[in-house]
Design a protein. Sequence first.
Length: 54
Amino acid sequence: MQKYQCTVCMYIYDPEEGDPVGGIEAGTSFEDLPEDWVCPECGVGKDMFEPYDG
């Protein structure tokens, strides 16, 4: 699954890990995150993320 990186703080959302702190289960793709999900590091919305190919 595609990883996504926050363009503000460089946090990487990895679908294989999910966001345990935010209540997002492992295996949740970025596209399936709730629209109100925010970056766990800096609090910006999904619109501030870009695909990560690192």
